[in-house]
Design a protein around this ligand. Structure first.
Ligand SMILES: Cc1cc2nc3c(=O)[nH]c(=O)nc-3n(C[C@H](O)[C@H](O)[C@H](O)COP(=O)(O)OP(=O)(O)OC[C@H]3O[C@@H](n4cnc5c(N)ncnc54)[C@H](O)[C@@H]3O)c2cc1C
Length: 402
């Protein structure tokens, strides 16, 4: 039987490993981290991602792990409320839902472990690729172990070593930026309803919501020199000063509860080519996604479904290496159009935020007019809602067929 080796047990690698192993395919999944409980795991799933979870037969499993639906989105500029949109946006649709990613990954791993053809190698980083006759034929681990494969799948995230070792180039977008990502204690206001706040004040912009595990999650985007100098300033006070009074009071009173702020360099882009002989890149390794409007996990799950449709039947038949390689461009061809469209919409969302950040006159005008004249607030609100539908549903018809 063909042997598949998947690098990276994030949403892409783990769900793909489970789907292939459930179809009897020999899969070895290699993960560098010893635990799923690392920081900066995103957790918002849009209706497109929830649908993928449902198709994978994981809906019951989600019910048993920490999760909560978002109640609304609210935008605050210069400390004034601009507009609010309740979830779900679509009548009768699914609300954007926050799901504990470590808990989800642990449960998907348990499902994969039920399959006799699955093997999990944890706590070992892939360091290099093995080549045979110009084709990638496996991987080398940090402890020098060599693992042979008929197909290597790089699902090792935005800084993919597999991508680098295979010499597959990444075209990075100019919108790549830094984000300070941290948690603090929640407030009763968020227990009553979980609103995702997007806040812009002066040069500062950040998002805030109550995570599925109960504390508040803040992502503060840092620009230019701020990324190097954030530790030299009283950044907690700066975030409080940009917040409306009720939130500022909460941040100041709970500043001792702040947990491990991490500065993340958010790479965004796409590989012109996702494959080489013997190798396929998927998820962030092929197309690192911006955190804007929570798309990366959703796209990862949808990549896993389409890859399974192509690969499972071929691998079940013990196909020749040439037959396997012939499928790889088809997987990219099916997934790439949606990724291009979603990244374009994410860029449009960032452009709106940048407009407000860079032009104080527009920022002050919008905040004054929209907070006092309902018809202006409604027009801005409607234009935001119109932009969200495709970001929530995706562009492609993604259906698990095998
Ligand atoms: C701050 C932030 C917040 C986000 N929030 C959201 C959100 O709410 N919703 C959403 O949909 N998206 C969100 N995203 C995007 C999302 O996190 C990614 O798009 C998604 O995790 C991609 O999944 P992946 O499996 O492809 O990669 P990853 O999740 O990055 O997983 C890659 C895995 O590979 C492992 N690995 C790396 N190198 C090696 C190696 N050499 N050997 C073995 N293993 C290796 C890593 O340890 C990791 O487990 C956010 C991103 C950021 C930066």
């Amino acid at each position: 039987m063909n042997q598949v080796v998947i690098i990276g047990a994030g949403p892409t690698g783990l769900t793909l490993a489970m789907l292939l192993a459930q179809r009897g395919i020999a899969v070895k999944l290699i993960e560098a981290s010893r635990s799923f409980r690392r920081t900066f795991r995103g957790e918002a799933l849009m209706p497109s991602g929830l649908d993928a979870i449902f198709q994978m037969g994981l809906a019951d499993l989600v019910a048993g792990i920490p999760h909560c639906a978002l109640d609304a989105w609210e935008f605050i500029i210069e400390r004034r409320p601009i507009f609010r949109v309740d979830e779900p946006l679509e009548t009768g649709g699914k609300a954007c839902t926050l799901i504990s990613q470590p808990a989800l990954l642990e449960q998907v791993l348990a499902k994969a472990n039920d399959c006799p053809s699955f093997e999990f190698i944890q706590g070992s980083a892939v360091k290099d690729l093995l080549w045979q006759d110009g084709r990638i034929a496996g991987v080398t681990l940090g402890d020098h172990r060599e693992i042979a494969a008929d197909l290597v799948i790089g699902a090792d995230g935005r800084n993919s070593i597999v991508r680098q070792k295979a010499n597959l180039s990444l075209q990075e977008e100019a919108t790549s930026f830094n984000i300070l990502w941290f948690k603090l204690a929640s407030s009763p206001r968020f227990e009553a309803e979980n609103v995702f706040y997007s806040i812009v004040c002066g040069d500062d912009a950040f998002g805030l919501f109550r995570s599925s595990e109960g504390n508040l999650q803040i992502g503060w985007s840092l620009h230019g020199n701020s990324a190097n100098s954030w530790q030299q300033i009283d950044w907690v006070e700066r975030i409080a000063a940009a917040s409306p009074d009720w939130l500022a009071a909460h941040i100041r009173s709970q500043s001792d509860s702040i947990e491990r702020p991490v500065l993340l360099s958010v790479t965004v882009g796409r590989c012109p080519q996702w494959y080489a002989p013997g190798l396929l890149l998927l998820g962030d390794a092929a197309h690192p996604m911006s955190p804007i409007r929570a798309q990366g996990i959703n796209m990862a799950l949808r990549d896993a479904i389409i890859a399974t449709n192509y690969l499972a039947p071929a691998l079940q038949k013990n196909s020749s290496l040439a037959e396997i390689d012939a499928l790889l461009p088809q997987i990219q061809a099916e997934r790439e159009p949606e990724i291009i469209q979603i990244q374009k919409l994410q860029r449009a969302e960032i452009a709106q935020a940048e407009l407000l950040r860079n032009y104080p006159l527009i920022r002050h005008g919008v905040s004054r007019l929209a907070s006092t004249i309902p018809s202006i607030s409604n027009r801005i609100r409607q234009s935001w809602v119109d932009r969200q539908f495709q970001l929530r549903r995706g562009f492609a018809n993604v259906c698990l067929k095998v």
